[in-house]
Every structure is written in C-alpha cells, then in structure tokens.
Design a protein around this ligand. Sequence first.
Ligand SMILES: NC(=O)C1=CN([C@@H]2O[C@H](COP(=O)(O)OP(=O)(O)OC[C@H]3O[C@@H](n4cnc5c(N)ncnc54)[C@H](O)[C@@H]3O)[C@@H](O)[C@H]2O)C=CC1
Ligand SMILES: C[N+](C)(C)CCCC(=O)O
Length: 485
Amino acid sequence: MPGAATGTVVVTDPLNFWGGKRVKPREEKNAEPVFEPSTGKYSPIKPGSLVIQGVIIYSRSMERARVMLEAARIIRERREKIAKLEVINNGKSITEALVDVDIAWQCIEYYAGLAGTLAGQHVQLPGGAFAYTRREALGVCAGIGAWNYPFQIAAWKSAPALACGNAMVFKPSPMTPVTAVILAEIYKEAGVPDGLFCVVQGGAETGSLLCHHPMVAKVSFTGSVPTGKKVMEMSAKGVKQVTLELGGKSPLLIFKDCELENAVKGALMANFLTQGQVCCNGTRVYVQREIMPQFLEEVVKRTKAIPLGDPLLEDTRMGALISKPQLEKVLGYVSQAKKEGARVLCGGEPYVPSDPKLKGGYFMSPCVLDNCRDDMTCVKEEIFGPVMSVLPFDTEEEAIKRANNTTFGLASGVFTRDISRAHRVAENLEAGTCFINNYNISPVEVPFGGYKNSGFGRENGQVTIEYYSQLKTVVVEMGDVESLF
Ligand SMILES: NC(=O)C1=CN([C@@H]2O[C@H](COP(=O)(O)OP(=O)(O)OC[C@H]3O[C@@H](n4cnc5c(N)ncnc54)[C@H](O)[C@@H]3O)[C@@H](O)[C@H]2O)C=CC1
Ligand SMILES: C[N+](C)(C)CCCC(=O)O
C-alpha cells in the first residue's frame, strides 16, 4: 500500500477480539477519539467491557510451535500492510515501522522454536526415590501495552505467553488500538484456538479490571513508572506475577578513544528512533571533554539532516509525535532546559511540513542540548521526545558515577576502542542492558528489561520462559513410608 498519509483512514470494524472474532463492546461507554499523529485527524474508538469466561490451556507444545511459525510467516507476508497501519496510528516513519514488524515476527518465530524445548529436570534422591519438575503454564496472562511500539509490544508479550501454553488477554494503549487486533486475526488464521489470544480495548479502567481479575495469573506491563507502580500494587492484591517494562533515562558514555563517526551514529540511534519516544533511549550523552567539539559538530550536522515529515514516505526518517499533549510536554521540557541554562544547538521547535495535509500533525524538529548539568530537569526526567542532552566528563570513574546517579536503570551504552574499558564500564553501569559500540538494536534472542525503577522481569531471550511458566515438583517414593508417627 504505497502512498502518502491521507487522513481519511476510517476504522469501521470492531476493535475488540474475543472468542476468535472481532466483537463490538458489550457496553458502549467512554468512547475515546484516536488521532492520526501526522495529520491531527481523528475517529472515535469504543472500548469494551471485560468478562474472562474460561481458561484454555493449549497443552501440545509442538502444535503451539507450528501455529506460531505459521503466524510469523503470515506477518512476514503482510509486513507492508501492518507497518502502514502502524504508521497511520502511531506517527513513526514507515522505515522504522517495517523494522518493528520484522522484530515482531522474529520474536514469534523464536518462541515457536523454544516451545518444544520446555522441559523439567529429573533429580535422584536417596533410596531409589526421585523427583522431577514439570514446567507448567500459568493460565490467563494479561498484557498491557504502551503506544510507542503497538504491534511489537503485543508480539513481545504474546509470543512467550503462548509458547508456554498460556492464554493472553492484551490491552493496547487507547491511543494505538489498531494493530494488536490484526495480530489476533493472524494468530487465529494460523490456527491458534479461539479465545487463546484476546484483545480488549480501553484505558486505565480496563487495565485495572485486568489487574484485579481473579482469573488473571500474571500481568505484563509496558509503560510509565507511575502506572507501573499502580499495576504492581493492584496485582499484589491477588498475588499475581508481574513483569514491568518501565521508563528510563539511560546514559551513553562516549570516550575519546572511540571511533567518532560510529559514536555519533550511535547517539542518534540512542535518541531519535520513534521521535524519541522509546523507553531505553540513551538521552544522557556523556562525552569525554577532549572530543566534545568534534562530537557536537558532527552530531548537530547529522541531526539537522534527518528527513522529517510524512511518515509514510520511504525517505522520511522522523515522523510525528503521538499526540498534541505529548508534543506540548516535550516542547515544555526544551523551554525549561533553556531557562535552566542549557543551550539549544539545533531543533526543539514545532515543525510544519510543506504538505498542507500534514499541517495539523504533531511534528517537532529533533533537538540537541549542550551546556547541560546533571541537576537539570532535562537530564533527570524522562522526556519521551526527540531531545538529546549532552554532558562533558573527564574520567571513567566520574562518568560511571554520574551515569548511575538516577533512579532508572533500563539501558546504557559505551563507545570506546579499549576492550578492557568497554567490559569494565558494562560491568559497573547499573542497567538491564549495556550496548558496547552500538545502541538500540533489539535481537529477540537476548533478554530486555530494567534495573531499579525501570522495572523487573525480562522480555525476549530464553529467560522469559521463566516469567510465563511455573514449576511443579513431583516427589516419587519407591520404598515404604518412613513415618515419624
Ligand atoms: N517508558 C515507556 O515505555 C513509556 C513511557 N511513557 C511515558 O508515560 C507518559 C504517559 O503515557 P501513557 O500512555 O499515559 O502511559 P501509561 O503508563 O499511563 O500507559 C501505559 C498503558 O497502561 C494503561 N493504563 C493506564 N492507567 C492504568 C491503570 N491505572 N491500570 C492499568 N493500566 C493502566 C494504559 O491504558 C496503557 O495501555 C508518556 O508521556 C511517557 O513519558 C509512555 C509509554 C511508554
Ligand atoms: C525496539 N527498541 C529496542 C528500540 C525499543 C523497545 C522498547 C520499547 O518498547 O520502547
């Protein structure tokens, strides 16, 4: 589906997916407008009410693997169509949306591969007795998603959930309700039994119903820290397992011995994907003082050259922010930074594309801030927009200390040619991921998740199986019972 944003996409099919088909909400209340970020046009979406009627455990692991592989194949086949819908609903560039869709099918393919490997352990005990463990499903898992990676988040949560034999009820963000339902349709088409993957639309009220529902065994959440805390609190009432993928203010350390061009490219990758609305972004860029002038010159040159505009055009690299309030919030951070003494080297302003269709869109020019200090608001808080703060440092020890001086701990990065330094820095940074000489790549084979207030539990990688299953220990006696009574 080539072509430019039209602002005329109307969603007519119901967006809840229940029992194997799209269904209208049982109660039509609290309809919320959904805006197309690049044009500012909107259409109303109606959330649904929620009833979880039964648990289906999909017990045959090889069958699970087969249908998941088929789902991955269908996604691959329809990647352009899914990516286009994602762009219209989210505002990110088509180039990025295609990568997101590819990561989604890779994730489903990866967990399809793991489904057949789930196994317990056999343990010999004295006297011929033995025990074994069984890896069992949890039951119904709830997934609550954010708006920055709508399709990918639905895949990151549903793939390990289904691979382990669980059912999942997924609630996308009310701002991006469209593509999770496409995933549900694809799972059905691939052979996933009805009711195993459901989508329910809604906001905080629906999310809170899921966290409180007695039949929900686990909640996996992606979003902001304050909402994550609420999710944990609500889930605690039912002693539900929780995975929290929360915000960040990740540090990127650039040493004078780095390959400068790669470091600059890395800094852009760390800050400007999805218009800067990425939880693991490396928004505190610490640059060793000796190379600061060259770094700034190059980073500003490349930032100014980012093609900004219609997200559906192939050459565009940055689209629109998710909403008007988000745009205003981010611009507010830039003016606050100026008040606190930062210098705007480029961008940080609303941007109006020349195409008249896009004049109501939520665009801003990507921003580089210099003269930053660790105590500034722009350096301490998650901005969730295209704003990079650059800070000078002198020594490795100092940089690590300042990098760790945050309540967040999602990701981090280091650019250096000194391999000992690279691994030393990776060891000392308090974050769930450390990228060495790159940033924001997401191979599905490796775990992703936070330290400190950025959350706990992991997505992707083998370890995530542990977060979507439970172990049963079976102890077998071969002799007589030696009773103490
Ligand atoms: N770090 C990250 O990955 C993300 C960070 N954010 C940050 O959070 C700010 C607010 O964005 P929101 O979309 O409102 O994030 P949010 O964290 O409030 O929403 C995330 C998800 O949680 C749901 N939700 C909201 N309140 C809930 C509740 N009480 N119980 C259960 N579920 C609930 C939402 O409907 C959505 O599906 C953004 O401006 C951004 O700074 C937003 C999205 C992702
Ligand atoms: C894909 N990646 C690594 C750029 C971001 C994924 C995490 C998120 O949901 O923000």
